[in-house]
Write a protein that binds this ligand. Structure first.
Ligand code: PLP
Length: 360
């Protein structure tokens, strides 16, 4: 068996010890005689798995007691609709900060439910930076302010938490949740699909402050009403049980690595290896402003794009896969989430140097 270095943006690489443990437990979880996949979500075994995953998530992110942690389905794209349906609370407008492909998707979906005020946009910079807070034109009557903490496609990430006063701050953290410590108390709501940094696809995490729930639009589907989901311990309908189990194993792995501060140090080290090299060469180019570069997704282009295919082929031959950039931006993208070891990034940089020496 050979494992590759998988730079996929998502679904993405998972920690190898997690996959090994899941394989070991596949047929018989802890003497239950069952796979987790075969368990009733109402049975004591799965309830314990679910409770442990939630407790670990709360502990790692230091989630305050007045926040609910919900395990949902529908992905972050589902949440783009579910958030306004739950959080408008009688208001007619929400603020959105437009930093790239994902925030654009979020605000387009929200337009089905309310007036969207694009309070700031990075469009004129070609989505290569986060608009500075001073430039935001927030609406004081907005129901919430929405940001995407890490633009997975553009490789642009917030390295600060916006102060938006009393209006709840909502963040799509799909691609950087659990990559660094976060002060949850500064947010009204955090959501994200699990498949980037937390587990398999199919599970969506929502962390929401208590006072914001219970006022969903009448048309909001019951399964997506945060209050109903919370009152039923995320079991209003059948939750994605196996994805929750794997996420629990990932959370335990993160705890074993030293928690989120250790994860951040690990992620900073990896990102620095790549960016430091990108800054010394003109053979490759990273378009993102230095202060706003993502620690999770590193986009770069070859100066001569006619060599893209050869670059990708050579990477594949060396066991490095999924480096092709998103179809909307082209070029390359290395996604280096928590589970990517430093060795993977070292191998990539070393290959990039070798390719430059050959073709530069
Ligand atoms: C991947 C991603 C999404 C899409 O999530 P789905 O699970 O496919 O709905 C949305 N936002 C961000 C920031 C992402 O990285």
């Amino acid at each position: 068996m050979t494992r590759v270095f998988n730079f996929s943006a998502g679904p993405a690489a998972l920690p190898e010890p997690v996959l090994r443990l899941a394989a070991e437990e596949m047929l018989d979880w802890h003497g239950s005689g069952m796979s987790v996949m075969e368990m009733s979500h109402r049975g004591k075994e799965f309830i314990a798995i679910h409770a442990e995953a939630e407790a670990l998530l709360r502990k790692l992110l230091a989630v305050p007691a007045d926040y609910k942690v919900l395990f949902m389905q529908g992905g972050a794209i589902g949440e783009n609709a579910i958030v306004p349906m739950n959080l408008l609370r009688g208001r007619s407008c929400a603020d959105y900060i437009d930093t790239g492909e994902w925030s654009k998707k979020s605000l387009k979906e929200a337009q089905k439910y309310c007036t969207v005020n694009v309070a700031a946009s990075a469009k004129d910079s070609g989505y290569t930076r986060i608009p500075p807070r001073e430039s935001w034109k927030l609406d004081p009557n907005a129901a919430y302010v929405h940001i995407c903490s890490n633009e997975t496609i553009g490789g642009v990430q917030y390295h600060w938490t916006p102060d938006v006063g009393a209006v709840p701050l909502v963040a799509d953290m799909s691609s950087d949740i659990l990559s660094r410590p976060v002060d949850v108390s500064k947010y009204g709501l955090i959501y994200g699909g699990a498949q980037k940094n937390m587990g398999p696809s199919g599970l969506t995490i929502v962390i929401v402050r208590d006072d914001l729930i219970g006022q969903a639009l009448p048309a909001c589907p019951s399964a997506f009403d945060y209050k109903l989901v919370a009152d039923n311990d995320s079991m209003y309908n059948t939750p994605p049980t196996y994805a929750i189990y794997i996420a629990g194993l990932v959370l335990k792995w993160i705890e074993g690595q030293g928690g989120l501060a250790a994860m951040e140090a690990h992620n900073r080290r990896k990102a620095a290896l790549l960016y430091d090299y990108l800054d010394t060469t003109s053979f490759y180019k990273c378009p993102v402003a230095k202060a706003d570069r993502s620690l999770m997704n590193v986009p770069f282009k070859l100066k001569d794009e006619s060599r893209d295919e050869a670059f990708l082929k050579g990477a594949q031959a060396r066991g490095m896969v999924q480096l092709k950039g998103h179809r909307s931006v082209g070029g390359m993208r290395a996604s280096i989430y928590n589970a990517m070891p430093v060795e993977g990034v070292k191998a990539l940089v070393s290959y990039m140097k070798e390719f430059e020496a050959q073709h530069g």
